[in-house]
Design a protein around this ligand. Structure first.
Ligand code: FMN
Length: 157
């Protein structure tokens, strides 16, 4: 007997804004960590993203650096555009690079939580991520992958 199991692979969608590539480096490392766990990923700069990109996502990671005590306007606009997208029950992460304050990731977290996304702890890296920080980003990518692969499992970063 041949049994064919249909079903799509769990998917993580990562969308980020960046001014000088620090948050972009974080985004790439999060993707690396998730792919190492064998899940499907999509990585996009917010300038090329649209709300339909999230339709088949099981987890979403939204990133922005902190500029002038807020997230980038492009990321804010993208988040606002999600108001009528069904996001409840997806797993979420807010991440970003900062210099001295954390309003950008706090803002992303609050907005996604208000849409019913199950947020994990924010990932904040000061300025340019070095090797250790990139490894932390990879671990968080793996954590997201674990959460959507094994919904009942206890996943640790
Ligand atoms: C004009 C300007 C304003 C900034 N404002 C803030 C701020 O309000 N809070 C903060 O923590 N960092 C601030 N920063 C620092 C950036 O968040 C930091 O350089 C970050 O690494 C940029 O990330 P990116 O390379 O992804 O753009 C500011 C930087 C610039 C150039």
């Amino acid at each position: 007997m041949i049994i064919i199991i249909c079903g799509s692979m769990p998917k993580l969608v990562i969308i980020y804004g960046t001014g000088s590539h620090n948050t972009e480096r974080m985004a790439q490392a999060i993707e690396e960590g998730a792919r190492a766990e064998g899940i499907e990923t999509m990585l996009k700069n917010v300038n090329y993203a649209n709300r339909n990109d999230l339709n088949d996502a099981d987890a979403i990671a939204i990133g922005s650096p902190n500029y002038n005590h807020v997230m980038m306007p492009t990321v804010q606009k993208f988040l606002n555009s999600l108001a009528d997208v069904e996001l409840a029950g997806k797993v979420g992460l807010a991440f970003g690079s900062y210099g001295w304050s954390l309003e950008a990731t706090e803002g992303i977290n609050n907005k996604l939580a208000s849409y019913g996304v199950e947020m994990i702890k924010d990932l904040n890296i000061k300025r340019m991520p070095g090797d250790e920080e990139l490894e932390l980003c990879r671990r968080v990518g793996s954590l997201l992958a674990c959460k959507i692969k094994n919904k009942e499992a206890i996943c640790v970063a």
